[in-house]
Design a protein around this ligand. Structure first.
Ligand SMILES: NC(=O)c1ccc[n+]([C@@H]2O[C@H](COP(=O)([O-])OP(=O)(O)OC[C@H]3O[C@@H](n4cnc5c(N)ncnc54)[C@H](O)[C@@H]3O)[C@@H](O)[C@H]2O)c1
Length: 291
């Protein structure tokens, strides 16, 4: 059991709590934080301070103990500052990374910098300080599953290249990235590979880390996609997937609850697809692209 008090001097006692870092104050992040963050100090970081504050207020009014902070996932300094603030409240025992930009929201460079590089840095930096028994999840995407297989060498590059060298990889250079969807797919494939490699390091600290790959989940990000250039493609995708509907953030939290709780104690370095069967239909059903 991790101590809940830290005695600074004889007179002053600052109550300490186990701390959750939540990056990305969107619907998926909030659903997971609400499911797992009871009794903890939850430090919410988002590039848009208003998003972090909105979710912080909603959660505080529902009995949680949260604090909002502006942070940028694409900046190592910003990640380190977030971690330092989190450590001031107690040991970091949970990480939920649900920050990201989608193919309709950002250009190729921003997608690679935030979703690919930023996630890799966050997993690395939190992995240095995660408490024994700690757990992390990062939100990847079905997009990483839909892209054809990479070579074993490319997979290993995405998994193990030092973070500051990642964006210099040949496979991530502009001439090798077709469009923003391809950039997003590479970022999400990289998330899964980084989680595998990081789980080995987290394991040395007695901690676990996994990724969740959602299909279409109704959130502001998905609504931007429905209204973006690939809107019809997305609407068709959930209409023709076995579940016949998009998912909800709370259903993603169901998976997170398993992965982050004691019943997930033997699960680390894994990725979990939760997409209503859309990927299955894409390969072997009515969503299969015509060739
Ligand atoms: N909604 C879906 O259908 C879906 C499907 C698959 C994967 N995902 C992934 O789930 C994650 C969460 O998405 P969501 O649907 O909850 O979206 P959302 O738009 O509700 O939340 C994403 C949050 O990330 C923040 N953010 C963006 N760039 C940031 C940066 N550089 N630093 C810090 N914060 C930043 C945004 O401001 C926003 O608050 C993303 O990684 C997304 O790729 C979503």
């Amino acid at each position: 059991m991790i101590s809940t008090e830290n005695r600074l001097d004889k007179k002053e006692v600052i109550p300490m709590k186990n701390v959750m870092i939540l990056t990305g104050a969107g619907q998926i992040g909030m659903a997971i934080a609400r499911r797992m963050g009871y009794g903890m100090k939850i430090v919410i970081g988002d590039k848009k301070m208003e998003n972090a504050q909105r979710i912080s207020r909603t959660m505080n009014e529902a009995g949680f103990d949260t604090v909002a902070r502006e942070m940028d996932l694409s900046s190592r300094d910003s990640i380190k500052a977030l971690i330092a603030q989190a450590q001031s409240y107690g040991p970091i025992t949970m990480l939920v990374n649900a920050a990201g930009v989608s193919p309709s929201q950002a250009p190729i460079e921003a997608i690679l910098k935030v979703d690919l590089y930023g996630t890799a840095v966050l997993l690395e930096e939190v992995g240095k300080v995660i408490a024994p028994g700690g757990v992390g999840v990062t939100i990847s995407s079905q997009s990483g599953h839909r892209m054809p297989a990479l070579t074993p060498e490319e997979d290993e590059q995405l998994a193990c290249t030092p973070t500051e060298e990642l964006l210099k990889l040949d496979i991530l250079q502009p001439e090798n990235i077709k469009d923003t969807l391809h950039a997003y797919q590479m970022a999400k494939r990289c998330n899964e590979k980084r989680v595998m490699a990081e789980s080995v390091k987290w394991g040395e600290k007695g901690a676990r880390v996994n990724s969740i790959s959602p299909g279409i989940i109704v959130t502001p990000l998905a609504i931007d996609e429905f209204n973006g250039p690939r809107g019809d493609f997305y609407k068709n995708m959930f209409a023709k997937c076995p579940a016949g509907r998009p998912g909800t953030a709370d259903e993603v939290a169901n998976v997170a609850e398993l992965l982050m709780g004691p019943k997930g104690a033997f699960i680390t370095g894994s990725d979990f697809l939760i997409d209503g069967g859309a990927t299955a239909s894409y390969f072997y059903g009515p969503l299969k692209p015509e060739t």
